[in-house]
Write a new protein. Structure first.
Length: 245
């Protein structure tokens, strides 16, 4: 892309992981500057700025300088600067890193609104729960290579895990853990901090059989529940659980 390809650039929005705003400008002035790179009509730009401020929830902070904003508010300002000109294609690089839960929810709600308004969004993140919330299609990249792609449901079909059971049980002896590993359809068993996780490959009545085993061995538990695998389970199965740099 040529440096002067403004027709193309005006259709693209980029929000980097590192916040990139001007410390000398207020919230409103920052958004005005970045929007003004592509929107020359003053009345139109003013409306676009107000739309961006409303989208990210910065109405009370228009006159604040970046140094006066919390980390979460800075992230929201960063996003507003990148989308104020209403681009059709938006790249977001881990926009919720190190933000408070309220700001995270606000950011995700704003991204969903942009998606629903017709923008195409390329979203990079390590938080798989965010992917499940906002993404229509997913690409999993490991060590620079695409190892899987599809919808969340399609990716879950790739995983060997059919379902998983979580049991809150205190001081479970190792011998019982080893015996549970020998039950039918077991994919993996983990026990840590009084939480027993039992993942199954397939089959029916897995939960019933586990409850019957615990009852037979007089093992008391506080709570037990069944879950379908999450996208995080799929990611770890495909990429491995070893620590990365």
């Amino acid at each position: 892309m040529q440096p002067n390809a403004y027709d193309i650039k005006s259709k693209i929005g980029v929000i980097f992981q590192d916040v990139a705003v001007f410390e000398e400008l207020t919230t409103y002035e920052n958004i005005d500057y970045f929007c003004g790179l592509y929107i020359k009509d003053k009345n139109k730009r003013k409306q676009y700025i107000e739309d961006a401020i409303e989208l990210v929830g910065l109405g009370e902070f228009k006159k604040f300088y970046p140094k006066q904003l919390s980390g979460g508010l800075l992230r929201r300002l960063n996003i507003a600067c990148g989308i104020a000109h209403k681009p059709q294609l938006i790249f977001l690089d881990e926009p919720t890193v190190a933000v408070d839960p309220q700001s995270r929810n606000n950011i995700l709600d704003g991204i969903k609104k942009l998606r629903d308004q017709g923008a195409t969004i390329v979203y990079t993140t390590h938080y798989m729960e965010e992917v499940e919330i906002i993404c229509d299609r997913v690409i999993i990249i490991d060590k620079g290579h695409v190892i899987a792609s599809g919808t969340t449901d399609e990716l879950k079909e790739i995983a060997k895990i059919e379902e998983k059971v979580t049991v809150e049980v205190n001081n479970l002896e190792q011998k019982y853990i080893e015996e549970i590993k020998k039950l039918k359809n077991i994919h993996e068993v983990e026990y840590d901090s009084n939480i027993l996780l039992v993942a199954y490959n397939k089959g029916k009545n897995n939960l019933v059989e586990l409850i019957e085993y615990l009852k037979k061995e007089s093992i008391k538990y506080n709570r037990i529940y069944l879950d379908r695998p999450t996208l995080n389970d799929v990611f770890l199965e495909l990429t491995g659980k070893e620590l990365r740099d």
